[in-house]
Design a protein around this ligand. Sequence first.
Ligand SMILES: Nc1nc2c(ncn2[C@@H]2O[C@H](COP(=O)(O)OP(=O)(O)OP(=O)(O)O)[C@@H](O)[C@H]2O)c(=O)[nH]1
Length: 335
Amino acid sequence: MEPIPVIILSGFLGSGKTTLLLRLLQEATRRGLQPAVLMNELGTIDVDGRLVNATLQENQVMEKLLDGCICCSKKSEVVESIEKLLCKQPDVILVELTGVANPEEVVDMLTEPQVKEKVRFHKILTTLDSYYYLEYTSIFEVDRQLVRTVKRQVEVADIIIVNKTEDMKESHKTKLLKTLHKQNDRSPILFTTYSDIDLAPVFETISKREKTEAAKKSPFSIVKPAHKHTHANANMNEGSYSRVQTYTLPVNVPVQPKKVEKLLKSYHPQLLRAKGYLKTADKSGMQLMQYAAKRTEWEPVEDAEECYLVLIGIDLPVDEIRYKWNELSLKATSR
Ligand SMILES: Nc1nc2c(ncn2[C@@H]2O[C@H](COP(=O)(O)OP(=O)(O)OP(=O)(O)O)[C@@H](O)[C@H]2O)c(=O)[nH]1
């Protein structure tokens, strides 16, 4: 059997990786390919996985590693997840990393003895936020390791996708291009919104595979690992950054979007990302709330029942945030 190609999606928190993953899944399906997905999320709650679940077709399969970063998970667990996906003989494996992982580590894992004959590394796609990339690579000057990881994601990329370019000024584009060219002068740099790029070059050389009878018979399903990942085994190994904390806020009452947005923004830049499912006082039903780089999006969802908010950041004053969040909730109930 020819080795199965693996595409790695990297990019800082909130830069558009899951948006890209959803596009890749649609494109793979359009080409008659069967993709398999390995997702890695910081935090115990699987916000992005829910979005991807909704897009996965019956014949596609997903593995998720929650509550930790591939950088601090044991290699064996990642390799085990890849092996599970391989049982289904997909045509391509898509690996979405956390925003703070170094993609080279996954490339390295593909050379582990259990999988090295069965998979081949295909491409690294790196997304970034047009506006905040320059800020992120300087505001964390004190956290040199994080800056190094974010830059490394660009340096090793085969395609660099610059998202959130809606309001980008020409002068900013020139400055950003100059910086990116310095970090990587061999790969295309594509300016876009919502990871909307031509995906044909990504799927070049990937074709449908003949499946064995056993794989044809085995029904495709979504495979979720039972084990949890913690940062306890994170020993800050090569390149990846593992000091980022995640914190889940319980949500008991409908919220006012503007107040939530104001609270989240007030913790920029320590708060890197927030996402969750919230009921809003002004809109009916459940909303998926996504906050990244001071921008917030609300999108109605139907299949979510539990409300929660996941915060991802560095040195977050968690007690203070929880206090302010409770105050905000109390005000909402006393209205
Ligand atoms: N305005 C704008 N929003 C975007 C664009 N691309 C993605 N987004 C939004 O940015 C938020 C984060 O996008 P995701 O695709 O979840 O980013 P991610 O890199 O997977 O995020 P993490 O998994 O948390 O690291 C979502 O609300 C997206 O809809 C863009 O080009 N413009």
